[in-house]
Design a protein around this ligand. Structure first.
Ligand code: GLN
Length: 477
C-alpha cells in the first residue's frame, strides 16, 4: 500500500518508528495530486509543503517529541484562510485574493505539525450541493468521475477519498461536510456549534456554520476534530470549557437507542438510499441497539427555515465584497454606484446572486416579520423538538441525502436541490453535532452515506457510536 493510501493513525505510528519520513509522505501525496488532476479537487497547492515536511523530519532527527499531527498532509477548503496562500472561496470575486493571516483552525493545525497540502475546490462561497458552482469548474467524484462529488466541500471529500490528502477540513452550513462525504464514501463530521472557532472562515451564514473534519475512517476524523476544536477568544461563540475526549473504543451498539424520524424517511428518499439505510438499521438492531421510528413534524419546515435564515445571513455577510476594499473590481467605472453594481454583478456567480436577492428580500421591511422572524421561530421549534427526542435516545439516524451521487451536469432545478437538503439542515438549525459515514453502495457502485446526529457537546461520544457502526459495517464503501 502506498503511503498516501494509509490512514493518519498508521502514518503517525510509522513516523514515530522511523519507518518513513514526513518528506516521503508529502512527496507521495503530491504525486497522487498530480495523478488525480482530472478530479479538479484542488484550487491551489502549498509550495512550501515539502519544506514543512522537512522541518518535521528535523524534529524527528533531533529526537524531539512530535506534535499530534506531525507530518500528516491535510487539505483545507478554500474558504478557510491559510496565511500567504490564495483563498478564493471558489469565486471570481476572490480569484486573486491572498490570505494575510491564518484562520484559527489552520493555526491549530500548524501547531499540531500538520502539513497543509493545499486548498480545495468548492461551491462558490459554500452555496450548493455538487461543488459545481465554483468558478474553477466542478469537482468530480473519485469513485466514478462522471458523477458529482457532492458539495459544497466536494474538493475536500474527493481529496481524502482519492488519497490526495490524508485528512481535510470542510465547512458545513447546511450539510456541506456530510453530503460530499456521503457521495465520496468518507467520514464527514459537523461539530456542535461553538466548539470550533470560525475565525478566518469566510462564513456564508455565521449562525449555522462550523468547520468540520473529513477522514477515511472515524478515528482519523476524530483526530482532526480534536486538533481544531476548543475555545478561541477571537470567536465570541466558542464554548469555554469544551474539549474533545479520545474515542471510546470499547463502545458497542448494544444498548444504544436510535430514533429514526419518519419525516427524513419519506417518499422523497430514493429506494436505493432507503434500502442502504434500512440494511444499516437492521445491522445495528441485530447488534443490540434499540431502533424506533419517531415523528418530528417540525422537520417539515427545516428546509424553508434554513434557506430563509442562511440567505438572509449571506446577503449581509457578502455585502463586504463591493469592489472597493478587496476582491474583484470592475474596470472603467465612472460613478461609485456603477463600481458597486458592476463589481458585484461580474464578480458573483448565479447561485450566489440568487441567494443574495432572496436574503435581501426576506430582510426588507414587511417581509422581515413574515419570513425571517417566522423562520427563526421554526428553527427554535425544531431545536426544542430534537432536544426532546435526544432526552430518550442517544442518536437520531437518517439518510444524508435523498439520492446516491448524481451525474455531473444533471438538470436539477435550484428548488429541487434545496429540497434535497432535508436530512442535513436540522443539525445546523439546532447547532447539534452530526456525522455522515458510508453505509452501502448504489446500483452504480457509488457510495451511500448514513447520518447520526447526537447531543450537544457529545461530539466524541457521537463519533464513538459511529466508530462502533463502522466496525460492524466494515468501513470504506
Ligand atoms: N447545500 C446547502 C446549501 O446549498 C449546504 C451548504 C453548506 O453547508 N455550505 O446551502
Amino acid at each position: 500500500m502506498r503511503l498516501c493510501e494509509k490512514n493518519a493513525s498508521e502514518l503517525i505510528s510509522m513516523l514515530r518508528k522511523k519507518e518513513c519520513s514526513a518528506r516521503e509522505i508529502t512527496e507521495d501525496v503530491l504525486k497522487r495530486i498530480d495523478k488525480t488532476r482530472n478530479l479538479n479537487t484542488y484550487i491551489s497547492i502549498n509550495e512550501n509543503a515539502l519544506k514543512n515536511a522537512d522541518s518535521i523530519d528535523a524534529l524527528i532527527a533531533e529526537g524531539c517529541e512530535l506534535p499530534i499531527l506531525a507530518g500528516i498532509p491535510v487539505a483545507v477548503k478554500d474558504n478557510i484562510s491559510v496565511k500567504g496562500m490564495k483563498m478564493t472561496c471558489g469565486s471570481k470575486m476572490l480569484q486573486n485574493y491572498v490570505a494575510p493571516y491564518d484562520s484559527e483552525a489552520a493555526d491549530r493545525l500548524k501547531k499540531a505539525g500538520a502539513v497543509l497540502i493545499g486548498k480545495t475546490n468548492m461551491d462558490e462561497f459554500g452555496m450548493g450541493s455538487a461543488s459545481d458552482t465554483s468558478v474553477f469548474g466542478a469537482v468530480r467524484n473519485p469513485v466514478n468521475a462522471d458523477f458529482s462529488a457532492g458539495g459544497s466541500s466536494g474538493g475536500s471529500a474527493a481529496a481524502v477519498r482519492s488519497c490526495s490528502a490524508v485528512l481535510a477540513l470542510g465547512s458545513d452550513t447546511g450539510g456541506s461536510v456530510r453530503q460530499p462525504s456521503a457521495f465520496c464514501g468518507t467520514v464527514g463530521f459537523k461539530p456542535t456549534y461553538g466548539t470550533v472557532s470560525r475565525y478566518g472562515l469566510t462564513a456564508f451564514a455565521s449562525s449555522l456554520e462550523q468547520i468540520g473534519s473529513i477522514g477515511r475512517n472515524c478515528a482519523d476524523t476524530a483526530l482532526l476534530q480534536r486538533v481544531i476544536c476548543g475555545y478561541d477568544s477571537k470567536d465570541a461563540v466558542t464554548a469555554k470549557y469544551f474539549s474533545f475526549s479520545p474515542l471510546d473504543e470499547n463502545l458497542k451498539m448494544n444498548g444504544i437507542r436510535a430514533a429514526v424520524p419518519r419525516e427524513l424517511f419519506s417518499e422523497n428518499i430514493s429506494d436505493e438510499v432507503k434500502t442502504a439505510v434500512e440494511t444499516a438499521l437492521k445491522l445495528i438492531e441485530k447488534n443490540g441497539a434499540a431502533v424506533e421510528f419517531v415523528d418530528i413534524p417540525s422537520l417539515d419546515y427545516a428546509v424553508n427555515a434554513y434557506y430563509i435564515i442562511s440567505s438572509a445571513e449571506a446577503s449581509s455577510n457578502l455585502s463586504r465584497f463591493d469592489g472597493v476594499r478587496f476582491g474583484y473590481r470592475a474596470e472603467n467605472c465612472t460613478t461609485l454606484s456603477e463600481l458597486y453594481e458592476r463589481s458585484r454583478s461580474e464578480g458573483f456567480g448565479k447561485e450566489v446572486k440568487r441567494r443574495i436577492m432572496l436574503g435581501t428580500f426576506v430582510l426588507t421591511d414587511g417581509c422581515f416579520e413574515a419570513y425571517y422572524k417566522r423562520a427563526v421561530l421554526a428553527a427554535k421549534r425544531i431545536t426544542a423538538d430534537i432536544s426532546d427526542i435526544l432526552e430518550n435516545y442517544d442518536i437520531i439516524v437518517s439518510p444524508v441525502y435523498p439520492t446516491p451521487p448524481f451525474l455531473l451536469g444533471d438538470k436539477i432545478s435550484p428548488l429541487q436541490r434545496y429540497a434535497a437538503d432535508i436530512c442535513t439542515v436540522s443539525a445546523n438549525l439546532s447547532g447539534l453535532p452530526a456525522v455522515s459515514l458510508p453505509c452501502g453502495k448504489s446500483r452504480n457502485e457509488l457510495p451511500i452515506g448514513i447520518q447520526f446526529m447526537g447531543r450537544r457537546f457529545a461530539d466524541s461520544r457521537l463519533l464513538s457510536i459511529a466508530a462502533a457502526f463502522e466496525k460492524l459495517n466494515g468501513g470504506l464503501c
